[in-house]
Design a protein around this ligand. Structure first.
Ligand code: C2E
Ligand code: CA
Ligand code: CA
Length: 724
């Protein structure tokens, strides 16, 4: 018993050590795996693995301990039985030594076996292998029937000493000294199987609960260790989850744990910092990109100067509005708005003033717009306004008039006070059958009509205007063929001095079109300018004038000056001066015999280029006359700055001489001023003697008009005014 107890203790210790080892092994394994696997897999794998390992090991140890117990038990029983049988066979010697076996003593001796519960039976033989006594052991008494007879044959099969067979343990001993004084034999048969089973059962009963407790503790311990070990990882995982949820990469991470986990967490931290920095950078880039997109959108859709929607944006909106209006059988009103002579302001006062004027003018205009009206800058000094809610003609005219009135008030820009006017064209969507380009072009046509009608006014589009436009287009297309076909001709109108002696001529262009008949230069010069054909026409005129001038000089003297008209577009032609010089060379002409007439507005619209041209012209000896002086601009300050020879007083002043006090005053003032500036004065459109007398009295040096001669072809001039 005692021995058994020690054995059990040893096994238990062994069992616990094994468990501990298994635990450590699993943790070690777990740790290795942690570094390789994802957290969640690791955790579940580890837990399952640990639990399985603990349970398996418990079972293994249990089996092992049972097997060992079995061996030890048999060993112990064998050794016990060995000792017992030895003692008994020793004690039997005296009772078997005599001739007659002492049966009572033998039986009494065998009764000692009563103490041993597993003894099946014991048989005492004499030296001839005759059974002397049989003792039925406890097992037999309990189990009942058992064959206790053992004959000599059977006995021969059993080796002396201890042996076991079929779950039975045999103690077969000699009584007396072997070979010399053998007096008999003792056989004790001990049951080995049943007690072993019982013993194993009792061991199991004792150990199993403990095993379960150990397994439970082991699993709990493993879970705890796992969670302790995985806690930093768990924290990392939670953090990762939080980051995923919040997208906040700035979250700080503080994880304490084993070195590997610390390394991992610090790597993780580093990665997080990188991501955070990248995120900040990304945010900054995104912001920049958004800003750039906004800027690009603004650039694409809005005018940078006035901040108003631009052409593209307006046209897009207009397209949509038109399709809605058409679907709902509604009408739209479009206003085309253009500042008169804006180019002149730009050239005279500089672009800074021009830009400010545009901003101010757009602000003034917006004051008269209602909520829902859309204004856009088309470019230059042109604006488009889409009037909201289809106002009637009365309202439309009222808005246009108010804008015109407001624009005509002086603008204070930098140190200048600037006067400007606006021409407005208005049209309705129905008149364009809701066609976008027709809609805009109708408004443009109406605006152009306002310009033709003296500017500073508004016009509502009517279809007849389109006819004008068609004619304009056809004339434009016929200009070049007409020039080639010789449909153009120069007329010359004489200019006389105070004594009415011819001093020069003005060349005036005539177009006798095969298709349209006689076309006034007032009409076709503008069309030639707009269609970009004026340069060729001017070149033709210059060539023709220079060709004719020698004839006129011959007829009217060396000092005869022939004037020709240049348009605003000519001054923008950089080849102009070179062409002129080449023509002088071609016709061997003195530049002194040619004068260039440039209108006041042409000059002001091309301020810089005009000044350069004037300087060049003056240098070669030709002269410049400022045509139509007194119309349009009120700023006279530029007169002191330019290289002029002559001021041509416009016909409208001459017409009003003696009629309007104001015109008379203006004319005399102009003449006085010109004298101060050392400029020649030429009065245009002189038709009456009174006009002539007044002008001569005022100090006007040259006169031109029907009174002295209408424009006529060269031959007619020569014929009428004869030779000198
Ligand atoms: P402009 O340069 O002011 O020319 C004077 C205009 O007044 C001419 O008209 C002339 O015929 C007209 N005129 C002259 N005296 C009288 C008068 O006593 N009474 C009336 N009622 N009219 C008079 P025209 O020839 O019809 O030319 C009109 C305009 O066409 C010119 O005005 C000029 O600006 C332009 N023009 C004519 N020929 C040319 C040309 O070769 N080149 C350019 N660029 N423009 C030209
Ligand atoms: Ca002229
Ligand atoms: Ca003129």
């Amino acid at each position: 018993m005692c021995k058994n107890f020690y054995c059990q203790k040893i096994y238990l210790l062994l069992f616990i050590h094994t468990l501990n080892y298994a635990q450590r092994l699993s943790i070690k394994l777990g740790k290795t795996i942690i570094h390789r696997m994802l957290f969640k897999t690791i955790r579940s794998t580890l837990t399952t693995f640990n639990s399985l390992a603990i349970a398996g090991l418990c079972a293994a140890v249990l089996t092992f301990s049972i097997l060992t117990h079995e061996d030890l038990y048999s060993e112990a029983v064998t050794s016990d039985l060995d000792a017992l049988s030895n003692n008994l066979s020793q004690d039997l010697v005296p009772y078997l030594s005599g001739d007659e076996a002492d049966l009572i003593d033998i039986r009494t001796l065998l009764l000692r076996l009563e103490e041993y519960e597993n003894v099946k039976f014991a048989v005492v033989f004499d030296k001839n292998y005759q059974q002397i006594d049989v003792h039925a052991g406890n097992t037999l008494q309990v189990d009942g029937k058992i064959d206790m007879t053992v004959d000599r044959e059977q006995l021969m099969d059993i080796p002396f000493g201890m042996s076991s067979k079929n779950g039975e343990l045999y103690a077969y001993k000699r009584v007396g000294q072997a070979n010399i004084a053998e007096v008999g034999y003792l056989l004790i048969v001990n049951d080995l199987e049943k007690p072993l089973v019982r013993s194993k059962l009792s061991l199991l009963l004792k150990v199993l609960p403990l095993t379960f407790i150990v397994i439970a503790i082991g699993i709990a311990l493993s879970l705890w260790l796992n969670s302790r070990l995985l806690f930093p990882l768990q924290k990392l995982a939670k953090l990762a989850h939080k980051i995923k949820e919040t997208n906040d990469y700035s979250i700080d991470i503080k994880v304490h744990g084993k070195q590997e986990v610390l390394d991992l967490s610090s790597e993780f931290s580093g990665m997080m910092d990188t991501i955070h920095n990248e995120e900040i950078k990304n945010k900054r880039y995104t912001k920049q990109l958004m800003q750039q997109r906004k800027d690009m959108e603004r650039l694409a859709n809005f005018d940078s100067l006035t901040g108003l929607p631009n052409r593209q944006y307006f046209m897009e909106t207009l397209r949509k509005s038109l399709s809605i209006a058409q679907r709902e059988d509604d009408d739209l009103v479009l206003m085309y708005f253009d500042l008169d002579g804006f180019k002149g302001v730009n050239d005279t006062y500089g672009h800074e003033v021009g830009d400010k004027l545009l901003i101010e003018a757009s602000k003034r205009t917006q004051r008269f717009l209602r909520h829902g009206d859309l204004i856009a800058r088309l470019g230059g000094d042109e604006f488009l306004i889409l009037l909201y809610n289809n106002p009637n003609d009365f309202v439309v005219s009222d808005i246009a008039q108010r804008i015109i009135k407001e624009i005509s008030k002086p603008f204070d820009i930098l140190e200048w006070e600037i006067l400007i006017s606006a021409s407005i064209g208005l049209t309705r969507a129905k008149d364009a059958s809701y066609n976008l380009s027709d809609f805009v072009s109708n408004a443009d046509v109406a605006m152009y009509k306002s310009k033709l009608e003296g500017k500073n006014t508004h016009t509502i589009f009517v279809h007849e205007m389109m006819e004008d436009n068609k004619r304009k287009l056809m004339l434009a297309n016929n200009l070049m063929p007409g020039l080639k076909n010789g449909e153009f001709e120069l007329y010359y109108q004489p200019k006389v001095d105070q004594q009415e002696e011819i001093v020069g001529f003005e060349a005036l262009l005539r177009w006798n079109s095969s298709e349209f008949g006689f076309v006034s230069p007032v009409e076709f010069i503008g069309i030639a300018e707009q269609s970009g054909k004026i340069s060729e026409i001017t070149y033709w005129v210059m060539d023709q004038v220079m060709q004719d001038t020698p004839t006129l000089i011959e007829a009217f003297g060396d000092e005869t000056v022939v004037s020709l008209n240049l348009s605003a577009h000519d001054l923008r032609n950089s080849n102009l001066f070179e062409d002129i010089q080449n023509l002088f060379a071609k016709y061997q002409l003195r530049p002194q015999n040619i004068e260039f007439e440039v209108t006041e507005s042409t000059y002001l619209e091309n301020f810089d280029m005009a000044n350069e041209f004037f300087r060049d012209i003056r240098e070669i000896g030709s002269s410049i006359a400022l045509d139509d002086f007194g119309t349009g601009y009120s700023s006279l300050s530029y007169l002191t700055q330019i290289e002029l020879h002559t001021l041509k007083i416009d016909k409208q002043f001459v017409d009003n001489l003696g009629v309007s006090k104001r015109s008379t005053l203006v004319t005399t003032t102009i003449v006085e001023m010109a004298k101060q500036l050392n400029l020649n004065i030429c009065a245009e459109g002189v038709e009456t003697r009174e006009q002539r007398d007044f002008l001569v009295e005022s100090g006007c040096q040259q006169l031109q008009g029907y009174l002295f001669g209408k424009p006529a072809p060269l031959e007619a001039i020569l014929k009428t005014f004869g030779t000198k």
